[in-house]
Design a protein around this ligand. Structure first.
Ligand code: NAP
Length: 486
């Protein structure tokens, strides 16, 4: 199953200061969620390893930040090319440890690499200002300087792209990084380090400490005096804890947190298009993305037609091991995720939901769950209020535009929202009225390195991607130059 063209990408040690460090103490057992088999033992980095990595990153920062942007860009470009050359192997590693279908995993590798390409270009265009002076003997200017060492914590659902979305702009800006990947998916992170080393990125610039002591490593990355900025992708609950920890040293913080995306279909929409995109946004990565459709709202006049078509589309999806040809839905990440589906479903059924299709654990067993379609959803159900993070589509109906916009906004989350209508005026109105960082009309596809991705409300702080995604890795310096004889 894991036939890598280049087996040396299978790294199991931590990567600190350009060296592979194996720990003689504990190891993390990495599990294939599809089979439940142990696939690797990875060195279980500790709090002390994180502190060591921060020390080396601080040392490396001096030279890396002073390197001309063009030279840093050339190294990043080389890293990008190596990732693309090895996309299939990296995809295989990801399917093995995360479970997503191979085609989807390779898609993530290419998407993730796009951030490295983009920021290698972008860092050459970050400018300061010359400000019109207020006195004849003074000159006023601002310039941008890399902020310093960046601590990063990333989740398991995008084991590659959530790393490159942070590391690429940070490194491009001249920062050095220490990354704690999720202990469930460390292989993808470590393979990225192997390729960075081959690209010539200097020792100490990129460090990965994979460890099961999330709290201990997290304390170092949020509280160490030599970490200037902290960036996290994960749940809102954990984001709040880490943000509070950052307050002790007043670090700059970026947070990419949870979502509760509405998917709204008006009666003038192209229903077939809406169904296709609903399936794509709901079931990608087995429903385990922060921007997955969570609440489907369909105008009541077309609800029966839409639901029937959605049922047909869901039935056509192949549930299988991610390495199997044609697999569309892989396993959930672990047993707790399966239990969460059971809980959400039982709660919804007890409050009046109806099962159109699915509604049970899949016959493949383990972490596989049937793609499920529910109707008669009401606002008091758990799955209308929290992230489902699994393959359950929950359909509600609505009567008016005002009603559905109010419902869509009635959540503490504000990451992504989707809507389908052919009315141009309504497209603009809804786009302006939805309280979300990302709105997507007549499509479910939006992720790209060239545009900002970030949440409003409790879905986060800051943006990744686009010109916004590099801004947070710089400090602005104002230089007031006096003593100029005129
Ligand atoms: P999570 O429980 O918040 O964990 C995320 C990462 O934080 C994991 O590596 C975890 O390690 C670590 N962690 C947990 N508690 C910690 C602590 N006290 N100190 C330091 N690190 C800690 O989230 P998840 O369930 O893995 O990931 C799914 C969540 O991520 C969803 O809410 C999803 O919406 C969100 N997400 C958001 C975006 C975005 O761009 N907005 C993108 C992807 C995912 P352990 O597993 O070892 O605890």
């Amino acid at each position: 199953m894991l036939k890598l063209k280049d087996p040396t990408l299978f790294r199991t040690e931590n990567y600190i200061n350009g060296e592979w460090k194996s720990t003689d103490h504990d190891q993390i057992e990495v599990i294939n969620p599809s089979t439940g088999d142990a696939i690797a033992k990875v060195s279980d980095g500790k709090k002390a390893d994180a502190a060591l990595a921060v020390g080396f990153a601080a040392k490396a920062f001096r030279n890396w930040s002073r390197m001309p942007a063009k030279e840093r860009a050339n190294l990043l470009r080389k890293w990008y090319e190596l990732i693309l050359e090895n996309a299939e192997d990296l995809g295989r590693l990801m399917t093995l440890e995360q479970g997503k279908p191979l085609a989807e995993a390779i898609g993530e590798i290419k998407y993730g690499a796009g951030f490295i390409e983009f920021y290698a270009e972008e860092c050459k265009r970050v400018m300061g200002d010359i400000i019109p002076t207020i006195a004849a003997d003074r000159r006023l200017m601002t310039y941008k300087q890399a902020i310093g060492v960046v601590g990063c914590i990333t989740p398991w659902n995008f084991p590659n792209a959530m790393i490159t979305r942070k590391a690429a702009p940070a490194l491009a800006a001249g920062c050095t990084v220490v990354i704690k990947p999720d202990p469930g998916t460390p292989l993808s992170a470590l393979a990225l380090c192997e390729l960075a080393e081959r690209a010539g990125i200097p020792a100490g610039v990129l460090n990965v400490v994979a460890g099961s002591d999330s709290q201990g490593i997290g304390e170092v990355l949020t509280q160490h005096k030599d970490v200037a900025k902290f960036t996290f992708t994960g749940s809102t609950a954990v984001g709040k804890i880490l943000m509070a920890q950052c307050a002790t040293t007043v670090k700059k913080v970026s947070l990419e947190l949870g979502g509760n995306a509405p998917f709204i279909v008006f009666d003038d929409a192209d229903i077939d298009e809406a169904v296709t995109h609903c399936v794509a946004t709901k079931f990608r990565n087995c429903g385990q993305t922060c921007v997955c459709t969570n609440r489907v709202y369909v105008q009541n006049t077309i609800a029966a037609n839409f639901t029937a078509k959605l049922k047909t589309a869901i039935t056509a999806m192949k549930v299988a091991d991610g390495f199997e040809d044609g697999a569309v839905i892989g396993p959930l990440i672990n047993r707790q995720a399966v239990e969460k589906m059971d809980t959400l479903l039982a709660d919804a059924l007890s409050k009046g939901a109806a099962i159109v299709i699915g509604g049970e654990r899949h016959e493949l067993g383990g972490c596989f769950y049937q793609p499920t379609l529910l109707t008669n959803i009401t606002d008091d159900m758990l799955l209308a209020n929290e992230e489902i993070f699994g393959p359950i589509a929950a359909v509600q109906t609505f009567a008016t535009e005002e009603e559905v916009v109010n419902k869509a906004n009635d959540t503490e989350f504000g990451l992504a929202a989707y809507f389908f209508t052919r009315d141009v005026g309504r497209v603009m109105r809804i786009s302006e009225n939805l309280e979300y960082g990302i709105v997507c009309s007549n499509s479910g596809v939006f992720s790209t390195e060239v545009a900002p991705f970030g949440g409003w409300k409790q879905s986060g702080i800051g943006s990744e991607g686009g010109k916004e995604g590099i801004a947070d890795f710089y400090e602005t310096k104002f230089h007031s130059m006096g003593g100029i004889n005129v």
